[in-house]
Write a protein that binds this ligand. Structure first.
Ligand code: GP9
Ligand code: MN
Length: 649
């Protein structure tokens, strides 16, 4: 260590590190609204620029003499530039620069350059003053190192990696699966910093671009043949029966089917949904399974809108938003539908602001449109009751027919509601997460009832198809002990766990008689079902799903990890069970055709997504989506609601 400190030129390096570190931290605090909500996050925000400063500037030490100082200055400048570019970008978009954004800026010509200039301020000189200080130091004061400092480089590299690993470990403990789930750029920057985020983003892009680059138009033929052979002829009884109606999707956060008709202290947890499950105006599907992967809510949205499986790793919304898609909102454009998404959270979460553009969603009412005061919000954003209330005028302002989706939030892990939000009794199963779930599910149920009443009041109810689905499980396997008590079982086995992936699906189509449907189905099946009800034939589209109301509906439901469930078999972790009895089956007695089908299903969908094959495919009557036609920045004339964003700066 002594020799390390003694080496000539090292003082210069250390000054550069400290300057960049402190400047970056100040830059974060003054410019980014990262939602820091605990001490760990505060500490991480301060520490994270240190490892990057050490790591990148450390490469300067590989050079000799004057070149070493020049290299350090150049790296220092480039990093300052990256920080500053993010700051300017954030001032308008409330988001961070990603590689796809840079590519998009290229195709958009000089537009970004012009608007970037208008976002710069004279005080921004601050972000380059330290680079200037370094230049002056190099010229006037400091003597350059005689030799390249390979040893120092190694020490610096090792310490920067150590600081980074500690940073990452603490970040992961505060936010598990931070890197693999990659939910929000805000989160990545909050925990790891802008520099690490850029590296992360570049790696993700290289990975996905190489698969895309290797694909060509001939690859689409195999997928097309497979999917067209699997197309299910629509059922005459239902085809077109909801033609011209509005479409309202509701994502029921974390709602699992076991909650339907469940009672706590003799009281129904979800009385309103229970009524829908039993009336003869609503289709209720009691063997419907979520098929989401790491992208959770966003994976469910992706399947609902594209009828393709999500990715095996990471979120398709985050990783493939640059793909060409033929999504339901875009398909409905040919029938003059306007589309809109409603969600009381920031628009960057799950990269929705980018993906929705690729899906051709016209409007995105995100947190900027809602009164996000403390009483109205909990963890990620709006509580469901004020969310639906405040959504009504926005919904009513849309031209009809419309395609809309509402993403609810308050029934999200860890489920605890605020005092006064519910008087429903908590469960008593010795696990606070499970116990709270009943209260927040009850609150969600009441919010849906309120929404239905408002739709009835303004006449939209009779003009709409309402589709509601549980987006994914709410209670993970970590709570199996309490779940066994909830279900009155001795234990939750792998087989039980697969059964617990049932989520409720309701379809209420005004004027169409409904019933309880026991057919097995999954997320990818909803899009063809709804399109057929609306009178749009899906035969020309490349979709993985199978219309649930078709007589030919396929009842084998793949899970994203390759397991599956059908009325016959439940396959979990390589073992087969009889779905009816739960009895484990000997592999030799299994008919493997369902297994092969599941593999093929996932493989074909993955080919489309990883190869971005829809760019080579043109369905009849479909107008290609151009994402740059869409803009979700809230401008004042959009609504009279107050916005907390400073997009007008
Ligand atoms: C956040 C919401 C919840 O916007 O979609 O995300 P989840 O963790 O359920 O995917
Ligand atoms: Mn969710």
């Amino acid at each position: 260590m002594k020799t390390f400190i003694k080496e000539r030129g090292l003082a210069f390096f250390l000054i550069a590190v400290v300057l960049l570190w402190i400047k970056t931290y100040v830059g974060y605090v003054l410019n980014f609204n990262l939602g820091i909500d605990n001490t760990i996050q505060k500490i991480l925000l301060f520490v994270n620029p240190l490892s990057s400063s050490l790591f990148f500037l450390g490469f300067g030490l590989l050079f000799k003499k004057k070149l070493q100082q020049t290299a350090i200055i150049v790296i220092h400048f480039l990093m300052s530039f990256l920080l500053y570019a993010n700051i300017v970008y954030y001032r308008f978009f409330n988001d961070f620069i990603t590689i796809p954004v840079i590519m998009q800026a290229k195709t958009n010509g000089g537009q970004l350059g012009d608007s970037a200039f208008s976002l710069m301020r004279p005080t921004d000189v601050f972000y380059f003053i330290d680079t200037i200080i370094l230049i002056i130091l190099a010229i006037k004061v400091n003597k350059p190192a005689e030799t390249s400092s390979k040893k120092s480089f190694r020490i610096v590299l090792a310490s920067s990696i150590l600081v980074f690993l500690i940073n990452l470990a603490v970040a992961e403990s505060d936010r598990p699966e931070l890197l693999t789930r990659s939910f929000d750029r805000n989160y990545l920057v909050k925990y790891l910093g802008t520099y690490n985020f850029t590296i992360y983003d570049a790696v993700q892009n290289i990975k996905s671009n190489s698969q895309r680059a290797l694909a060509d138009s001939s690859d689409v033929t195999e997928v097309e043949n497979y999917m067209k052979a699997n197309y299910d002829v629509p059922n005459n009884v239902y085809f077109g029966k909801a033609e011209g109606k509005n479409v309202i999707y509701v994502s029921l956060e974390s709602l699992q089917s076991f909650i339907i008709d469940y009672k706590i202290d003799g009281k129904e947890v979800t009385p309103f949904l229970n009524k829908l499950a039993h009336d003869n105006e609503t289709f209720y599907f009691d063997n419907f399974f979520h098929q989401t992967g790491q992208g959770k809510t966003s994976d469910a949205e992706f399947m609902m809108e594209n009828s393709l499986y999500p990715l095996a790793q990471g979120s398709v919304f985050v990783n493939k938003a640059q793909n060409t898609l033929q999504s339901v909102p875009a398909i409905l454009k040919s029938k003059d539908y306007t589309s809109a998404a409603f969600h009381g959270n920031t628009q960057t979460f799950w990269n929705r602001n980018e993906m929705y553009k690729a899906e051709g969603i016209d409007k995105f009412f995100d947190s900027a449109y809602y009164d996000m005061n403390e009483e109205n919000t909990k963890n990620y954003g709006m509580k469901d009751k004020p969310f639906f209330k405040e959504s009504m005028p926005l919904l009513e302002s849309l031209p009809q027919p419309f395609y809309t989706k509402f993403i609810t939030l308050s029934n999200h892990f860890p489920f605890g509601m605020d005092e006064g939000d519910t008087d429903f009794p908590a469960g008593d199963f010795g696990d606070s997460v499970v116990d709270n779930y009943f209260q927040s599910a009850h609150y969600l149920d009441q919010s849906i009832e309120q929404f239905f009443n408002d739709l009835k009041k303004d006449g939209l109810y009779d003009k709409s198809v309402i589709v509601m689905y549980g987006d994914h499980y709410g209670i993970s396997e970590n709570h199996n002990k309490a779940m066994a008590k909830v279900l009155g079982k001795d234990e939750i086995t792998d087989y039980d766990n697969a059964q617990l992936q049932r989520v409720p699906l309701f379809i209420h189509a005004a004027g169409v008689k409904g019933e309880k449907v026991h057919k097995y189905a999954g997320d990818v099946d909803v899009a063809p079902t709804i399109l057929h009800l609306l009178g749009v034939d899906t035969k020309d589209y490349l979709m993985s799903g199978s219309d649930i109301l078709s007589k030919e509906h396929r009842e084998v439901i793949p899970f994203r990890n390759g397991d599956f469930i059908s009325p016959k078999y439940t396959k979990v972790s390589g073992k087969y069970y009889d779905t009816k009895t739960g009895k484990e089956l000997d592999e030799s007695e299994i008919d493997k055709s369902e297994d092969s089908l599941v593999k093929k299903e996932l493989e074909m969908s993955d080919k489309i997504i990883n190869g971005d094959l829809l760019r080579f495919y043109e369905p009849k009557g479909f107008t290609k989506v151009n994402p740059s036609d869409y803009d979700y920045t809230k401008h004042d004339e959009d609504s009279s609601e107050t916005s907390t964003d400073d997009e007008d700066q």
